[in-house]
Design a protein around this ligand. Structure first.
Ligand SMILES: [Zn+2]
Length: 275
């Protein structure tokens, strides 16, 4: 069953099983529906500096906060660089980057917090959102994993931080892999496949990379499955991992897609917070 579920409001897909299971937890992924934008792509763009007016983006972020029951001051985000840097967020960084790139958490693609009333957010147009939850210890995290971050094993960095900083048992961590570009739409070349083959370290291709079949030297890469593989390799039981079936590139009615829209598009938000 699809873990990211449309509610009454088409602007938000809720990670419904986590929200239902954990009192006070909100987690989900925004769509492009609703909101306001000055850019040609229109909709609920949440990314500053993708050719949109800052005021519109801020207004969109505020409307999401209202819908998920968090004050805008709680919206906390980083300057994402397709790396594997992970930062622990405390109340001192609460609100970082909510109105400007200037005070974003610097050069970070993974955020973790043990504190309540912080809404961790990250932005996507095809890259993979990873959500982390340690229900007993009440610790949450979010990560941005495009092909570079996935190959740089940001998922393992997140898990390492959770287990080393908070002594969480790895098999109690839950992870959700959100809407992102699917294998169907993600053709890559050997430059991209190479780092994954190093991770895989076997002669045959993993089942999440398939030769394109038509274009020589091209492959279809399943980034969601690559992340699932890496999470399981790090010790997460498969039953703890939820995987969205949504392909952002197949559904540009619902999502922004960097690949489908030639790089000129908006950004969706993945969010997680504990009230
Ligand atoms: Zn697709």
């Amino acid at each position: 069953m699809e873990p990211f579920v449309k509610g009454e409001d088409a602007s938000i897909l809720h990670l419904i099983s986590w929200e239902n299971a954990v009192e006070g937890l909100t987690a989900g992924f925004t769509t492009r529906i609703g909101g306001q934008s000055e850019a040609h792509y229109e909709g609920l763009n949440c990314g500053l500096h993708v050719g949109d007016l800052d005021e519109k983006v801020i207004q969109n972020r505020k409307s999401i906060c209202e819908k998920v029951g968090f004050p805008f001051e709680a919206w906390t985000c980083a300057d994402q660089v397709h790396g594997n840097q992970v930062e622990i967020v405390t109340r001192h960084q609460r609100g970082s980057g909510n109105t400007s790139m200037v005070d974003c958490i610097n050069k970070t693609d993974g955020l973790i917090t043990a504190e309540k009333n912080i809404l961790l957010t990250a932005f996507y147009a095809d890259c993979v959102p990873l959500f982390f939850l340690a229900p007993e210890e009440q610790i949450i995290g979010i990560a941005h994993a495009g092909w570079k971050g996935t190959a740089a094993n940001i998922s393992q960095k997140m898990l390492h931080t959770l287990t080393s900083e908070y002594q969480i048992k790895i098999d109690s961590v839950k992870v959700a892999i959100g809407p992102s570009i699917g294998r169907c739409c993600y053709e890559v070349d050997e430059r991209v496949v190479g780092p994954f083959l190093k991770i895989w370290s076997a002669t045959e291709l993993p089942d999440w990379i398939t030769p394109n079949g038509i274009n020589a030297g091209k492959y279809q890469l399943d980034l969601k499955e690559a992340n699932r593989y890496l999470l399981m390799k790090s010790g997460i039981p498969s039953e703890n991992i939820l995987v969205s079936q949504w392909c952002t590139s197949c559904h540009t009615d619902l999502f922004y897609s960097h690949r489908k829209e030639d790089g000129k598009t908006g950004r969706m938000t993945a969010f997680i917070g504990w009230r």
